[in-house]
Design a protein around this ligand. Structure first.
Ligand code: MOS
Length: 705
């Protein structure tokens, strides 16, 4: 058993901890401000673009009056549907800017002012006057919406619906049935660094200094939106201040910057404001989820049905795969999952940490807790009773399913049986209780390339277009490259985060670690073989080997690969105020080999923290009349801070090694958020007897308790 929670003793000289684990190699640059983020690049003649956004949720632009705006000193141009180049048709309506006078949602970009200073651009943006013909907007998700439809597939390409056996008959015959509806609100990614792009054109070629989770997708999306060749787009993204999925796809500020830079013939910077992040950068769709579980009296599942309703926009489809995890978690002779979508007059939802698994497992793992109560079985035991031998959906073996070990180990560390058995405790106005839930996240990899070079002076260079969005991948990959080359890390230079480097997977779907180490490992191994075959002399320019993992990824055996976890939570609920505090969370995870325990610990704690935040705080509050999220800033959209998270303990099972790639790593970016909110809600139920099925667990939902 490896505790990732041991105290960190730092060897400041070598930037390693006492165990020799490499510490964040770019940490000093980040804390001293030397690390340059997208908007911090600077060009002598750069101009500034500021978006103007719609103030209605649906309708037509009748007139765009720029008379007052264009006379502001320093204004270079104003782009809008009245004055814009024609862009190609494309799939992503969010990137197809200024092509229509129609408004699809409140906060949509309808114009952009470009000026020689940010101040002038902001001032002029406020002076662009737009007259609208407003139509009634439809922004509320509901299960009886007349325009609900079944998408062709759910993100990215899963079946929309699945049915196995006769779920209705199984439910009718079950000894115990749980039938409950859970809801999660719209939730918004709020990485510390807002999205930002500087666009620089040079002889028809575009360079973007961008804040993205990967460049290959970004260059294709921007090229498609502009109608240019992807090979003419370079994306540089050395430092990225968080993404959580919101930077996995290109955002409209990149298109604004590119169009503006082309028109004014200077570099143009476009930074999304915090408020604009609530409309321009995607969000987690609200969900309504009905879960029906049927079981025998001794807790064996006979039926699982998970029906989901969620939204998309009118200009692009994003269909979150909310019920997909349910297909693989527990076996039952009757099973059904469905997803229904409605296109509303809202911004397009998108990826947010563990899209699908995260909201879906809130519902499933809450329902499992309800079933445990109904059957009077311990919730840990109920999950163990229903542990499948094979993947229930595919019939294939699991690669490394150690959910039961996670549950047992977590239960032991948390003194679960004793604390759960004691029942809720009262301490003055505070009631306390404990809860548990499972975590799951798919383990996958995608084709990546890498180049490794040996130099005669004993230095090594490893190059790959991998991303470090704050996860510590720069550190973990450097450590892995040094291990592969059997040299100390200070002899190796790692270059990442530039589309000019060998193309690789984005930092998304927790696939970075497996995809990138696979390519790095292969490049280093082939370089070593090449050196072994040579006479030992290395020319001054070095000897380089470039590889791709295309064949290996395609040849992966058909195995169900997931990371698993078990999360245990203690809550305290104040019976006077309804306030919920979480003094302790404990997670045990199985995620293949852990590349760098220090970086992995941060990822898992980060995921659990975000899950706590989801459980107790995060909620986009919709003004149904005006059609927008009213709490569009960090003063009103609450996320967990240090004071909300007193103690999170993380452990990983020993001996983890995935068959995914050379390193055996599976990535830990997302599994930590999955199940966390259910564990909190289940603990709240244990403490108070109140089952909160609608997130977040607000004070008013617990009063009177
Ligand atoms: Mo993550 S939501 O796959 O970037």
């Amino acid at each position: 058993m490896t505790s990732l929670d041991s105290a960190l003793e730092v060897d400041a000289e070598r930037l390693t901890d006492a165990d020799g684990t490499l510490l964040r190699v770019d940490g000093p640059d980040k804390v001293t401000g030397r690390a340059v983020y997208a908007a911090e690049h600077h060009f002598a003649d750069q101009a500034y673009a500021v978006p103007v956004t719609s103030t209605i949720a649906k309708g037509m632009i009748m007139a765009i009056d720029v008379a007052d705006a264009e006379v502001v000193a320093g204004v270079l141009t104003i782009i809008s549907a009245d004055h814009a180049p024609v862009l190609p048709e494309g799939d992503d309506g969010e990137l197809r800017l200024f092509q229509s006078h129609e408004v699809a949602y409140r906060g949509q970009i309808v114009a952009a002012v470009v000026a020689t200073s940010l101040e002038a651009a902001v001032e002029a943006a406020g002076l662009v006057r737009i007259r609208y013909d407003e139509a009634p907007a439809d922004v509320l998700l509901r299960t009886d919406h007349p325009r609900l439809y079944a998408p062709e597939h759910v993100n990215p390409d899963f079946a929309t619906d699945t049915t196995v056996g006769d779920v209705e008959a199984q439910l009718a015959q079950a000894d115990v049935v749980v039938d409950a509806t859970y809801t999660t609100p719209g939730e918004h990614n709020n990485p510390m660094e807002p999205h930002a792009t500087i666009a620089v054109w040079d002889a028809g070629r575009l360079t973007l200094y961008d804040s993205v989770q990967g460049s290959q997708r970004a260059r294709r999306a921007v090229a498609a939106a502009l109608g240019i060749d992807p090979d003419d787009v370079r994306v540089v993204y050395q430092f990225v201040g968080g993404g959580f999925g919101s930077k996995g796809s290109s955002r409209p500020q990149a298109i604004v910057a590119a169009l503006a830079a082309r028109e004014v013939d200077r570099p143009v910077v476009c930074v999304v404001s915090r408020a604009q992040m609530f409309t321009m950068t995607g969000y987690r769709t609200p969900t309504i989820q009905r879960v029906q579980l049927g079981a025998t009296a001794d807790g064996r599942l006979t039926a699982t049905a998970h029906d989901v309703w969620e939204q998309t926009s009118t200009i692009a489809e994003f269909a979150e795969q909310t019920a997909v995890a349910t297909r693989h978690m527990y076996a039952a002779p009757g099973r059904r999952t469905t997803h229904r979508l409605v296109a509303l007059d809202v911004p397009t939802p998108a990826w947010m940490r563990a899209p699908g698994e995260c909201p879906g497992m809130f519902a499933l793992e809450s329902a499992m807790d309800e079933l445990a109560t109904a059957c009077a079985i311990d919730p840990v035991e109920l999950r163990i009773i229903n542990e499948p031998d094979l993947d229930p959906e595919t019939g294939t073996p699991f690669g490394d399913r150690r959910l039961v070990q996670c549950l047992r180990d977590g239960a032991r560390r948390f003194s679960w049986a004793e604390r759960r058995g004691r029942g809720p405790q009262r301490d003055g106005a505070w009631l306390s209780g404990v809860g548990v839930a499972s975590s799951v996240y798919p383990a996958r990899a995608q084709t990546s390339a890498a180049r490794a070079t040996a130099y005669p002076d004993g230095r090594w260079l490893v190059e790959i277009d991998a991303a470090d969005i704050g996860t510590g991948s720069r550190t973990a990959l450097l450590g892995y490259a040094a291990e592969c080359l059997a040299v100390s890390a200070d002899r190796v230079e790692l270059r990442i985060a530039d589309s000019a480097l060998p193309a690789a997977m984005i930092a998304g779907g927790s696939m970075g670690a497996a995809s990138w180490t696979w390519a790095i490992g292969k490049a280093c191994a082939e370089l070593q073989q090449r050196l072994d075959r040579s006479d030992g002399s290395i020319p001054a320019l070095g000897i380089a080997v470039e590889v791709s993992t295309k064949d290996e990824v395609a040849a992966l055996p058909d195995v169900s690969r997931f990371s698993f976890g078990a999360q245990f939570v203690e809550v305290r609920v104040n019976t006077d105020t309804g306030e919920t505090r979480v003094p302790h969370m404990l997670g045990v995870f199985s995620a293949g080999r852990i590349l760098n325990p220090v970086m992995a610990r941060s990822q898992l704690i980060g995921g659990m923290t975000m899950g706590l935040s989801m459980a107790l705080m995060e909620e986009a509050i919709l003004d149904v009349e005006l059609g927008y999220v009213v709490n569009h800033d960090l003063a009103q959209y609450h996320i967990a801070t240090h004071a909300d998270v007193p103690s999170i303990e993380v452990h990983v099972l020993d001996g983890g090694r995935s068959d995914l790639g050379r390193a055996g790593a599976q990535g830990v970016g997302e599994v930590g958020i999955v199940g966390a909110a259910a564990a909190v809600a289940n603990a709240v139920h244990h403490a108070t007897g109140i089952r909160v099925r609608d997130l977040p667990i607000r004070l008013d939902r617990l009063l009177p308790c």
